[in-house]
Write a protein that binds this ligand. Structure first.
Ligand SMILES: Cc1ncc(C[n+]2csc(CCOP(=O)(O)OP(=O)(O)O)c2C)c(N)n1
Length: 512
């Protein structure tokens, strides 16, 4: 057994099932080892950002890490933006990056770079393996670090000679660190809530999964607390029968306004809310006059803490859930974010996984989908665009049998559109609703917010995507994904119905 085989065998023994890869010469022993050891499904991404974003989507839905295999510093660099999103989602991801043989580094060959330095800002754990005999143990340590809690990105740099030289065998699967306790915070939070005039719970992490939401709803029933959550949650369960949670608005002035009425903000699974960007004279922190009551951070069992809090408050065990009223879906008319959202929400199947990289066009769907059958919502946690399509790949691989719906803005889609090819090659049940407004609309909104009355030629050039107009139907077909275009509500309704009736990937270009 060589080092590469010992690494893959360790991954296999730890229950890792998938490897998202874009390999090169320095990873050939690992590629060979995937066959020699067997048991891992190898999924090719045609750009490294596809691999890292898919690993994030997979981890969010599977709750366990996939392996990512990348080529040297440049390959890793291509994947960093989506590692950033994975880091912000607290997704467990293990990245193995091949490097030159240790004795070849001094030659400063063309592809040489400081791989560990490239990885550092986006990883919680980085190590360069020193020998083939240590590679399996290093991988075990990388896996343990990625599992947290909370989850995070581990990067193991694997020199080619550490892959091909002999090893002793796989390392024992690593165990994640035990959950950190929250001390006396349950009692302290219960006291704060009893004394509060207008409390709210600010939720993130596992507080937004079924058990966490139900515990939060119990606390709300006992105290009158409002339920709200991070603007871009890594994973939120929502729809009919589930407690409703208000998402914090994106723009800071709206976020401050939405929190202004509360005097106490309990933090469960989420850090304190802060503005996405600083603006001249704008706020950084959003809680305003509310005082913070930290119950559980992302590193804690927030769902368990909420359940304990509900018990301490003597909350009802299963308070009734008031479902949202359905948004009537229009039968005909012009396509805009609101009509599109209502039509899609009315058609989406139970158990759908909505991957939201809609940027400026998604609020209509988010509101309408509140009354849709129960589904999972995955957001762009770190704001680095080009995450939606790769995330859809990973989510679909994690959850065969569930329909993935990627609500996908056109500009962001173009960063990692190679994902369409992986959806096709792997035969994944994913519907991409491509929001073709042919502009970077959010940046045009920002220009307007900055009171730029008449955008100049640079501002116009840098925020428009046409001409030339991108042919999404042609692009999708070229990459192996059947596609249709909709320019009206009627066409969208027909195209979505047709797409959802068939297995495999589909793209519907919705011209907005
Ligand atoms: C990696 C990365 N590069 C650039 C940006 C800056 N940026 C934010 S939104 C955006 C354009 C989004 O356009 P699109 O996806 O078409 O959505 P729309 O604004 O039209 O709704 C850009 C370029 C970013 N957030 N991340």
């Amino acid at each position: 057994m060589n080092g590469a085989e010992s690494l893959v065998a360790t991954a296999r023994a730890a229950g890792i099932e998938l490897c998202f890869a874009n390999p090169g010469t320095t990873e050939m022993p690992l590629v060979t080892a995937l066959d020699a050891v067997g048991g891992l499904r190898s999924v090719l991404g045609l750009f490294e950002g596809v691999c890292t974003g898919a690993a994030d989507g997979y981890a969010r839905m599977a709750g366990s890490p996939a392996l990512v295999l990348l080529h040297l510093g440049p390959g890793l660099a291509n994947g960093l933006a989506n590692l950033h999103n994975a880091k912000r989602a607290r997704s467990p991801v293990v990245v193995v990056v091949g490097d030159h043989a240790s004795w070849h580094l001094a030659a400063d060959a063309p592809l040489a770079s400081d791989v560990a330095a490239v990885a550092a800002p986006f990883s919680r754990w980085v190590r360069r393996a020193r020998s083939s005999r240590e590679l399996a143990g290093d991988f075990g340590a990388a896996l343990a670090a990625a599992l947290g809690p909370p989850g995070g990105v581990s990067t193991l740099v694997a020199p080619a000679d550490a892959q091909w030289e002999p090893a002793d065998g796989p390392a024992r699967p690593a165990r994640p660190a035990p959950e950190r306790g929250i001390g006396d915070r349950v009692e302290a939070t219960a006291q704060r809530l009893r004394a509060a005039r207008a409390p709210a719970l600010f939720l993130g992490g596992d507080a937004l999964a079924g058990a966490g939401l139900r515990a939060a709803a119990r606390v709300a029933a006992a105290t009158g607390a409002a339920l709200c959550c991070e603007t871009f949650p890594a994973r939120l369960e929502r729809g009919r029968g589930l407690p409703r949670v208000a998402r914090l608005p994106y723009f800071p002035e709206q976020a401050v306004e939405s929190l202004a009425a509360f005097d106490t903000l309990v933090l469960a699974g989420a850090p304190e809310p802060v503005a996405f960007f600083g603006y001249p004279d704008g706020p950084s922190r959003l809680a305003g006059p509310a005082s913070l009551a930290p119950l559980a951070g992302p590193e804690h069992d927030a769902a368990g803490a909420l359940a304990a809090l509900a018990d301490a408050l003597g909350a009802p065990v299963a308070p009734p859930v008031a479902d949202a009223a359905p948004t009537p879906a229009p039968r005909a008319g012009a396509l805009d974010p609101a009509s599109l959202g209502a039509v899609l929400a009315a058609l989406q199947p139970e158990g759908a996984i909505v991957v939201d990289e809609s940027i400026s066009s998604g609020l209509g769907h988010f509101a309408a989908a509140e009354a849709a059958p129960p589904h999972t919502y995955l957001a762009l946690t770190g704001g680095a665009i080009g995450q939606g399509l790769p995330c859809a790949v990973g989510a679909a691989l994690a959850c065969p049998g569930r329909r993935v719906i990627a609500l996908q803005a056109d500009g962001s889609a173009l960063y990692t559109l190679q994902s369409l090819w992986t959806l096709a090659r792997e035969g994944l049940d994913a519907l991409v609703v491509l929001l073709a407004n042919r502009r970077y609309r959010i940046l045009q909104v920002e220009l307007a917010r900055a009171k730029v009355a008449e955008p100049g030629p640079a501002a116009r050039a840098l925020t428009s995507l046409a001409p030339p107009e991108i042919d999404w139907v042609g692009l999708a077909r070229a990459l192996g994904v059947p596609a249709a275009r909709a320019t009206t509500v009627e066409e969208l309704d027909a195209a979505l119905r047709a797409a959802l009736a068939e297995p495999g990937p589909r793209l519907v270009e919705a011209v907005l």
